[in-house]
Design a protein around this ligand. Structure first.
Ligand SMILES: C[S@@+](CC[C@H](N)C(=O)[O-])C[C@H]1O[C@@H](n2cnc3c(N)ncnc32)[C@H](O)[C@@H]1O
Length: 458
C-alpha cells in the first residue's frame, strides 16, 4: 500500500517535471526564434549600412563605430541593455496584470534594438570585404576595466579591391543659403540640378550633395520630413549664419540664396528712428546706418563664399532690390514697413505699447541698389558678374496673403522685442489696413524690385 502511494506520488512529480521541461523547451524554442529574427534583421541593416559607407568613404578613409556589443556565448541578458529591457518587459507585464495594458499589446511590441556579438560584427565586415579591421574590442563604458575579448591590432586585409570597379563620378555640391522650411527650397534645388545636368556631358555620372542652410533655430525637422521622395540628391543640414563660413574651402559647386540676403546680421547701430521701425521714410542718417551695416554684412557673405565656392563655381542670389531713383517709401517693402510702423504707433496711442520701445526697434532688413551690390562684389574681387538685373514681380498682389506670409517670416523678430500680445494686435491692425495698402502696392510692384545676381568664382 505504501509502495503504491509512493509510486503515485512519484508519477505526479514526474508529470510535473515533464511539463516543466516541455514548457521550458517551448520557451527556449520561441526565444531562439526571436533572437534569430532580431539577428537576421540586424545583419540586413548592418549590410546595408556597410554597403553605403563603402560608396561614400574615400580609399584609406576610416569608419569608427562605437556600439553596445556582447562577448561570444554570453547571453545578452547578462549585459546592461539586456537587464534593462528585461525589467522594462517585466514592468509592462505588471501593468498588464493590473489591467492597465493588454498583454496582446505587449506581445505585439518588439523594441527595434539589437546588441550584436563581436563575432557577428567581424563576420559581416569580412563578408562585405571592403574594409580591413584595424581594431575591434569590447570595453566597459566610461573607462572601467575591460570585460575581455580585446581584439586590438587585428589587421586583416582583404584581397578584393572592389572600388576599382566603381564608375567614375563627379560630385556636385549645392548649397541653398537661407532655405527656411520648404517647399520653395526643394523647387529651387530641383531647378539647379536640372541646370547643372544640362551643362555637364551626358556620359558623366553626377552625384549631388545638397546642403540646406539656415539659422540654428530654423525648423529643420519640418524641412527634412517633407524632403521630396523622388529626389536625386543626398541632403544635409548646415545650421549657422551665412554671414560667416559654413563649408570647407573650395567645396561648393553652386551656392544659391533666395529672399534671405536682405536680412542684416543685426540692427544698424547708433540709430535714432523716432516713430518708425525701418529706414523707409526716415532721415538720411538712418538710411546711411542701414546701408553701412548692409555693406559690412554683404562683405562678410562674399568673403565666406569666395573661400567655399570652387573655381568656376556659381553663386546665384535672388532678393528684393531697390531701383535707382525711387524713394524708399515707394518700394513695396517700404510701403509694408511704414504700415507696420503706423500700426505700432496706433497701439502706442492706445497705451498698448511704449512709444520709446518703437523708437528703439529697427527692422534689420535692407534692399540694396545694384550699385551697392556691385561695389561690394568688386571690392571682394573673387567673382565675375555674369548677370545682374532688376525685374518686376509677378502680379497681382493679394495683400491679405502677403501680410500672412510676412507674419510667418517676421513674427519672431517683432515678438522678441514687443512680446506676443502686442504682435497679435499689430497684425490685426495690419489686416484692417490691407485694402488701404493695396493701392500703394500696385504702384510699388509696377517697379522692378526683384534683384537677380549671378556670379562666377574666378
Ligand atoms: C523669406 S525666407 C526665404 C526662404 C526661401 N529661400 C525662399 O525663397 O522661399 C528667409 C530665410 O532666410 C533665413 N536667414 C536670414 N538671415 C540668415 C543668415 N544670416 N543665415 C542663414 N539664414 C538666414 C531666415 O531664417 C529665413 O528662413
Amino acid at each position: 500500500m505504501e509502495l503504491a502511494n509512493e509510486k503515485k506520488a512519484w508519477d505526479s512529480v514526474k508529470g510535473m517535471i515533464e511539463e516543466a521541461v516541455i514548457e521550458n523547451l517551448e520557451r527556449e524554442s520561441v526565444w531562439s526564434t526571436v533572437v534569430r529574427a532580431y539577428s537576421d534583421q540586424f545583419k540586413k541593416d548592418f549590410e546595408g549600412f556597410l554597403a553605403s559607407r563603402v560608396v561614400e568613404l574615400v580609399r584609406g578613409g576610416v569608419l569608427l563605430l562605437l556600439l553596445p556589443a556582447t562577448r561570444e556565448g554570453v547571453p545578452s541578458a547578462n549585459y546592461p541593455t539586456g537587464f534593462l529591457f528585461s525589467y522594462l518587459g517585466q514592468t509592462l507585464m505588471d501593468l498588464a496584470n493590473e489591467g492597465v495594458v493588454e498583454k496582446a499589446k505587449i506581445d505585439g511590441f518588439n523594441l527595434p534594438i539589437y546588441v550584436p556579438s563581436v563575432g557577428e560584427m567581424r563576420k559581416m565586415i569580412e563578408k562585405n570585404g571592403c574594409f580591413t579591421i584595424e581594431k575591434m574590442e569590447l570595453t566597459v563604458p566610461r573607462g572601467k576595466t575591460s570585460i575581455g575579448c580585446s581584439e586590438g591590432n587585428d589587421r586583416r586585409s582583404s584581397d578584393r579591391e572592389p572600388l576599382d570597379a566603381e564608375p567614375r563620378s563627379t560630385k556636385v555640391a549645392i548649397a541653398d543659403l537661407g532655405c527656411s522650411v520648404g517647399p520653395n527650397t526643394f523647387f529651387t534645388v530641383q531647378n539647379l540640378i536640372e541646370a547643372v545636368q544640362k551643362k555637364w556631358p551626358s556620359e558623366t555620372l553626377l552625384e549631388f550633395q545638397v546642403f540646406f542652410n539656415d539659422h540654428l533655430g530654423n525648423d529643420f525637422n519640418t524641412l527634412f520630413s517633407s524632403l521630396p521622395l523622388e529626389r536625386r540628391y543626398h541632403a544635409a543640414a548646415v545650421p549657422g549664419s551665412f554671414h560667416g563660413r559654413l563649408f570647407p574651402r573650395s567645396s561648393i559647386t553652386v551656392a544659391h540664396s533666395s529672399y534671405a540676403l536682405q536680412w542684416l546680421s543685426k540692427k544698424p547701430q547708433g540709430v535714432h528712428n523716432e516713430g518708425r521701425i525701418h529706414y523707409s521714410g526716415a532721415g538720411t542718417d538712418v538710411v546711411k546706418a542701414y546701408s553701412d551695416q548692409y555693406e559690412k554684412d554683404l562683405s562678410c557673405f562674399m568673403s565666406a563664399r569666395a573661400e567655399e565656392i570652387v573655381k568656376g563655381g556659381v553663386l546665384v542670389v535672388v532678393m528684393p532690390g531697390t531701383p535707382d531713383g525711387i524713394s524708399h517709401s515707394d518700394h513695396p517693402a517700404g510701403v509694408l514697413f511704414n504700415y507696420f510702423g503706423y500700426s505700432l504707433m496706433e497701439l502706442a496711442n492706445e497705451g498698448v505699447v511704449d512709444k520709446d520701445k518703437i523708437d528703439k526697434f529697427n527692422l534689420p532688413i535692407y534692399t540694396p541698389t545694384m550699385g551697392e551690390m556691385k561695389r561690394v562684389i568688386e571690392n571682394n574681387g573673387c567673382f565675375s558678374i555674369e548677370k545682374m538685373e532688376l525685374s518686376k514681380m509677378d502680379g497681382p498682389i493679394d495683400v491679405a496673403k502677403l501680410i500672412m506670409h510676412m507674419r510667418a517670416g517676421m513674427e519672431g523678430v517683432f515678438s522678441a522685442h514687443f512680446g506676443d500680445s502686442v504682435v497679435d494686435k499689430m497684425f490685426a491692425k495690419m489686416s484692417d489696413k490691407a485694402q488701404d495698402m493695396s493701392h500703394f502696392f500696385e504702384s510699388g510692384y509696377s517697379k522692378s524690385t526683384q534683384l537677380l545676381v549671378v556670379l562666377k568664382r574666378k
